[in-house]
Design a protein around this ligand. Structure first.
Ligand code: SF4
Ligand code: SF4
Length: 471
């Protein structure tokens, strides 16, 4: 599975690079064996990671009013966010929510860089806090892993790799099933697991597919997801500016680099120990400045702080700071760019909040039945045939009736329309009858109202067609 390293990643000179750190001159993958890190940031990230992992795994089993708390059923276009049901009829809300979310990401990134990648992104959390930890446990620290990787396939290597990949697959299977549970619901996933495979060929195939994808990502792709695939990472170049706070090396304080071993240290604080480089999971040297590959994982901060403590110098040679902050000694967050983005975000949030707040429990869509104009009835009334869709956006069935408030008009539903099942769209047809003397023109506007007892749930109007001679 692993590529054998052609040469050590760390043999390279510290010159500024114009190529990705994990690919050699011939385009071949250079495998990274980061050293273990310890320190305040790593510890904080570890605690946060366990909380987020717990939330992710518990999420599909949470219920609100008997329904999943979160569901992203793209197959049936049925979504539940924090217990609120969203249906295809809410597509405009979905689009607006996506635009708002992108705006939030833009604002957040302008201020805090890739903070999300290092602390919250599931890829980083699972890679660094689960799969990497298992690797350390089985194969040892970075240098031992490199040694094992270059060793011939003897009993030790075969055993370690077999155990490692078996555990990797097991965890990938758990992640894959959780992912599936967010799409089809935890009950459906449990059914697939408990019942014979032949009853759920599609579901079982989806399980294997998701597990295989996650295994491939965490066993092989790894940092390539962050450095070459993730679109958010690619956006950094346009989002970051000199005031963005990122994991940064204080070149003012650190340069010129000098070896501590050379009696009295007269240069900068960086002793060129390369510990920051050895722990980096994307294989970069943060001293070359902010780079697209940096996921802000903070490993280099902890590694450098550890060195600074050992050589009796202040910590924070690598820290969260902006380029301008390093040059001037003070951070400026409230820039004109941040103000403009904040204003836009507040506007978008206000519109979204208003639309969500005024969103009804039931949505009625009415369309004239294609190919039908109007009918003249023996009793002198004119009738029009319509198709309707009624979406119940709640978790409970609703008892309803359809009425019209247009004078003289009557409604006749084809079949029955009493109960709207929870979170479903009911479809049907109905006639509207209007006496000839009530026709205003070739088109007459007719009101349609959906009632729950005495409460109006929603109302709309539709055009009623009649012969032009009755104007
Ligand atoms: S860990 Fe700190 S001192 Fe060592 S090379 Fe990196 S920046 Fe310099
Ligand atoms: S440069 Fe530092 S923060 Fe960035 S990915 Fe490497 S170790 Fe993590």
């Amino acid at each position: 599975m692993q590529n054998e390293p052609i040469h050590s990643l760390y043999d390279e000179e510290d010159s500024f690079r114009d190529h990705i750190a994990t690919v050699d001159e011939k385009g071949k993958r250079k495998w990274i064996f980061p050293k273990m890190t310890k320190g305040a940031y790593t510890l904080a990230r570890k605690y946060l990671a366990w909380v987020l992992i717990a939330i992710l795994f518990i999420g599909p089993f949470l219920r609100y009013d008997g329904q999943p708390f979160m569901l992203f059923n793209v197959l049936e276009r049925h979504f539940i966010l924090f217990g609120i049901v969203f249906m295809p009829q809410d597509f405009h809300l979905f689009v607006l929510a996506m635009i708002t979310f992108v705006m939030f990401i833009v604002l957040f990134t302008v201020i805090w860089g890739r903070l999300f990648c290092g602390w919250i992104c599931p890829q980083t959390i699972f890679m660094e806090m689960v799969f990497r930890k298992i690797e350390y446990w089985i194969e040892g620290d970075g240098p031992q892993q490199r040694k094992l990787s270059s060793a011939p396939w003897n009993m030790e290597k075969t055993t370690k790799r077999t155990i490692k990949y078996a555990l990797f697959y097991l965890i990938s299977f758990l992640i894959g099933n959780t992912f599936l549970a967010y799409i089809i619901g935890s009950d459906a996933v449990l059914k697939i697991i408990q019942e014979p495979v032949s009853n759920h060929i599609a579901g079982f195939s989806a399980m294997l597919l998701f597990s295989g994808i996650f295994f491939f990502v965490f066993a092989y792709l790894r940092e390539q997801v962050c450095t070459a695939i993730c679109p958010y990472g690619r956006l950094q170049g346009v989002l970051l500016d000199a005031n963005s706070i990122v994991v940064a090396y204080d070149h003012v304080r650190g340069e010129p680099r000098t070896k501590l071993a050379r009696e009295v240290k007269t240069g900068g604080d960086c002793i060129d120990c390369k510990q920051c480089l050895y722990v980096c999971p994307t294989g970069i040297d943060i001293r070359n400045g902010t780079q697209l590959e940096c996921t802000n994982c903070t490993a280099c901060i902890d590694a450098c702080d550890d060195i600074m403590i050992k050589i009796n110098r202040p910590t924070g040679l690598i820290r969260y700071d902006s380029h301008n902050g390093i040059l001037s000694g003070s951070k400026k967050i409230w820039t004109n760019r941040v103000k403009a983005y904040s204003l836009l975000l507040i506007l978008l949030l206000s519109v979204l909040g208003f639309l969500l707040g005024t969103r009804g429990d039931v949505e009625l869509t009415v369309m004239r039945t294609p190919g039908m104009l109007f009918q003249e009835n023996p009793d002198g009334q004119i009738s029009n045939l319509y198709n309707f869709q009624l979406a119940n956006k709640t978790n409970k069935p609703i008892q309803i009736k359809m009425i019209t408030k247009t004078e003289g008009a009557t409604i006749k539903i084809i079949g029955a329309l009493n109960l709207l099942p929870a979170s479903e769209v009911s479809k049907g047809s109905f006639f509207i009858y209007l006496p000839k003397n009530k026709l205003e023109d070739r088109k007459t506007e007719v009101n349609l109202t959906i009632m729950q007892g005495q409460k109006v749930l929603t109302s709309t109007s539709t055009n009623f067609m009649g012969p032009i001679t009755f104007k």
